[in-house]
Every structure is written in C-alpha cells, then in structure tokens.
Design a protein around this ligand. Sequence first.
Ligand SMILES: NC(=O)c1ccc[n+]([C@@H]2O[C@H](COP(=O)([O-])OP(=O)(O)OC[C@H]3O[C@@H](n4cnc5c(N)ncnc54)[C@H](OP(=O)(O)O)[C@@H]3O)[C@@H](O)[C@H]2O)c1
Length: 283
Amino acid sequence: MNQKSLAGKVVLITGASSGIGKATALEFSRYGASLVLVSKNLQKLTEVENKVNQAGVRALTIRCDMTNRSDVRNMIQQTMETFKQLDVAVCNAGIYFRKLAIDQTIDEIRDVMETNYFGTLNCIYEILPLFLAEKTGHIVVTSSLDGKKGLPHDSAYSASKAALTGFLESLRQELQHTSIKISTVFPGRTNTPMIQNISLPNQRLIVSPEKVAKSIVKTVLDKKTEVLVPYFSSKLYVLINSISPRMGDSMSRILKLGGGRCRAKQSVMQRYWRNATSVDLLP
Ligand SMILES: NC(=O)c1ccc[n+]([C@@H]2O[C@H](COP(=O)([O-])OP(=O)(O)OC[C@H]3O[C@@H](n4cnc5c(N)ncnc54)[C@H](OP(=O)(O)O)[C@@H]3O)[C@@H](O)[C@H]2O)c1
C-alpha cells in the first residue's frame, strides 16, 4: 500500500496524550488519516492535536475515561457527529501496576483489570455494532509482551493483558466471515512515561514508542493479525517459552526482563505467615 492509502480514513486512538498513543497519532498523520485523539487529559491532547494539525491533518480531541461506559458512548457519538465515519480504532489506553503478587490487594488487581481489560472492552463493545452495520472496520489493541508471558512484579498487569489476548483471539475467529479485522500488537518494554520509574538493567531491550507506532500503522496497512515489537527477539522468547516455560522463566531471569532483582525485601504476606501461629491458620 502506498503513503496515500489512509487519506480519507478516520482513525480513533485511545491513550493518545502520551507515549505510544501520541507517537501513533503522529505516525498516522503522516499517512493523511483524520484523527480522533482520546484520553482523560484534554490539555495534553491539545498539544498532540497541534502537532498533527501541522502535518495538515484534521483532528478531534475527546476527554474520555475508558472505565466509564457513558464517557465511551459519548466518545463514539462525538466521533460520528463530527466525521460521520470511523474506519480504524486503536485501543491503546492502559496503566501499568508493579508489585509482587503476594503484596498486592485484590482491589489493586481489580483496578488494573478495570482500565486495561474492561476499559478496552468498553471501547470494543461501542465500536463493534457500528463496524458490523458498516460491514467493515479495523480494531487494533495495544496489548503487551506481558500478555504472552508474565514477568515478576507484573502479575496484575500481565493478567490484564493476557485476558485481552484470549478475548481478542476468540473475537477475531468469530468475525472471520466478516470484513472486520481484529489485530493485537505486543510491544516489549517501551521508552514511555509508563515505565520511567522502573530500573531495567538491559537497556538494549527497550524499544522506542516511534518503533511501536510504526508497527501499529503497518498493522493497519497490511491487515496483520498479531504483531510483536521488536519482532525477532520477542518471537524467539515466545517460541522458547511455548516449548519450555521453564526455559522462558530462565530467559526472563537472565535478561532481567522483570527489572533487576526479583526477590523482594520481606513482603507483607511473608511477614504475616512468619508471625502467624498454627492456631491463626486454623479455619
Ligand atoms: N511502555 C511500555 O513498556 C509498554 C509495553 C507494552 C505495552 N504497553 C501498552 O501500551 C499502551 C500505552 O502505554 P504507554 O507506554 O504509551 O504509556 P503512557 O505514556 O503512560 O500512556 C498511557 C495512555 O493511556 C491513557 N489512559 C490511561 N488510563 C486511561 C483511562 N482510564 N481512560 C483514558 N485514557 C487512559 C493515558 O492518558 P491520560 O493519563 O491522559 O488519561 C495515556 O495517554 C498501554 O496499553 C500499555 O499497557 C506499554
């Protein structure tokens, strides 16, 4: 496909105020697509809007909390009122949460699921009826390599992304007889504000948001199904893990993918179990 192929298309991007979403908006603007930029922060979105306007592209900014279903419904209504069409939706908004599994609360895990899993589904369930009526459309979801293989400290985050992976695999097959395309992008650690506070000893494994953005646009242009970024190292990692999860664990430990030492200082739960008497443990 040539550079002109997205002119006249309308692309909605959630989480467009920062990191991968912002880079994706700028990348789509090079292909001439009109953009709907969505996040909770209108001020940051306006900065992105100004940049894409400089590329001669029309953009609409919408403040929307993906966990709020009426916000999401309103986002789609505003998009349709303004552009009268929607061709591509990049469901990219997400949060990162980092704690040892043993230290986190069920409520914390639920919060991560609410944004990363149900927030994405809120978006998909508003868009799908539209695409089904139009008999066309493309939904791209930013998952994570964590959605293929869990890492230490990332249990809640990995679970939210793995849930998306499973859901999207089912949906994709259910829609196979239609012209609606479902794609999942699995970036490895990406240099965005999301991971700025994690110490990652293996800096060579960190990809740029621009590289992920290029892969997302290519996913749309080439109608790809699943895309790993970076490709070769991630493919090898996923392949080795599928053959031997124990080897996958070793790889993630040797490459320090979980970010430095994974054994925590004594966790809250460890302290609890150590101090608990056998009587405490009886039902
Ligand atoms: N960075 C990585 O290492 C990495 C690796 C793999 C996958 N990913 C995934 O890539 C996606 C983008 O992350 P990023 O790295 O670009 O992080 P980021 O710079 O922190 O951007 C996250 C974006 O999501 C938006 N967002 C968060 N919660 C939202 C909500 N409830 N409603 C609406 N928007 C919300 C944020 O917007 P506001 O705060 O303005 O609302 C922001 O625009 C996420 O799904 C993330 O899980 C990231």
